[in-house]
Design a protein. Structure first.
Ligand SMILES: CC(C)(COP(=O)(O)OP(=O)(O)OC[C@H]1O[C@@H](n2cnc3c(N)ncnc32)[C@H](O)[C@@H]1OP(=O)(O)O)[C@@H](O)C(=O)NCCC(=O)NCCS
Length: 173
C-alpha cells in the first residue's frame, strides 16, 4: 500500500519584498518574476510531499488578478493538492502586503504540476495525499479535471480520454 501524506506536511511559505529591478516601467512586479518564485516555492512543497527530486511538468494556471507594486511584501503559500502516480498538483496562494497601508490582500492563485524523478530523470511513484479540510477536499476533487485538461492541451491524451472535462463542460449552465 502507498504511503499516505497529509497536506499540512507539504506547506511551503516564502516572503520577499519587491525590488526595483523586478518591476516594469509602471513600477509593478513583472509577471515572470512571480512565476519563478511560484515555481521554486511549489517545488519545495512537492519535495516535502515525496522527498524525491521533482521537476516542473506544467504550469496549469496562473491568474494575475491584482498588480503587485515596488516595495510590497509578497507571501506565497504552497501546498500539494493531489498526487497521481508520479505527478503532483501544487496549489499556491499569493498574498501581498501594501508597503504604505500594511493591508494584506490575496492577489493571485497558481497551480503547477511536478513529477518525481529518479537520478536519471525517469518518473517514479509518489505517496497518496489525504486531504482533511473542506478546501483541501475541494481542490483534491477538481484536480483530476485539471490534469486531464493539461494533458489534453499537451496532446498527451485524446479528447475521448478527458471524461472529467466532458462531464464538467456538459454541466456548466
Ligand atoms: C515531466 C517529465 C518527467 C515527464 O516525463 P515523461 O517521460 O513524459 O513521462 P510520462 O508521460 O510517463 O509522464 C509522467 C507523469 O507526468 C505527467 N505529465 C506529463 N506531462 C504533463 C502535463 N503537461 N500536465 C500534467 N501532467 C503531465 C503524466 O500525466 C504522468 O503523471 P502520472 O505518473 O502521475 O500518471 C519529462 O517530460 C521531463 O523531464 N520534462 C522536463 C522537466 C523540466 O525540465 N522542467 C523544467 C523546465 S525548464
Amino acid at each position: 500500500m502507498k504511503k499516505q501524506v497529509h497536506p499540512q506536511k507539504t506547506i511551503a511559505i516564502a516572503s520577499r519584498i519587491v525590488m526595483p529591478n523586478e518591476c516594469n516601467t509602471l513600477n509593478n512586479l513583472m509577471g515572470g518574476n512571480l512565476l519563478s518564485w511560484l515555481d521554486i516555492n511549489s517545488a519545495i512543497s512537492a519535495h516535502r510531499f515525496c522527498n524525491r527530486i521533482v521537476v516542473t511538468a506544467a504550469v496549469n494556471n496562473v491568474a494575475f488578478d491584482h498588480p503587485i507594486r515596488h516595495g510590497d511584501i509578497v507571501t506565497i503559500e504552497s501546498k500539494v493538492s493531489r498526487s497521481f502516480n508520479s505527478s503532483m498538483e501544487v496549489f499556491s496562494d499569493v498574498y501581498v502586503e501594501d508597503h504604505r497601508t500594511g493591508k494584506k490582500l490575496k492577489c493571485n492563485e497558481a497551480i503547477y504540476t511536478f513529477v518525481a524523478v529518479d537520478q536519471i530523470g525517469s518518473p517514479i511513484d509518489v505517496p497518496t495525499l489525504q486531504p482533511e479540510t473542506a478546501l483541501e477536499k475541494s481542490r483534491y476533487g477538481s484536480a483530476l479535471r485539471r490534469r486531464q485538461l493539461s494533458l489534453l492541451l499537451a496532446k498527451k491524451i485524446q479528447p475521448k480520454e478527458a471524461s472529467e472535462l466532458y462531464d464538467f463542460i456538459c454541466n456548466v449552465n
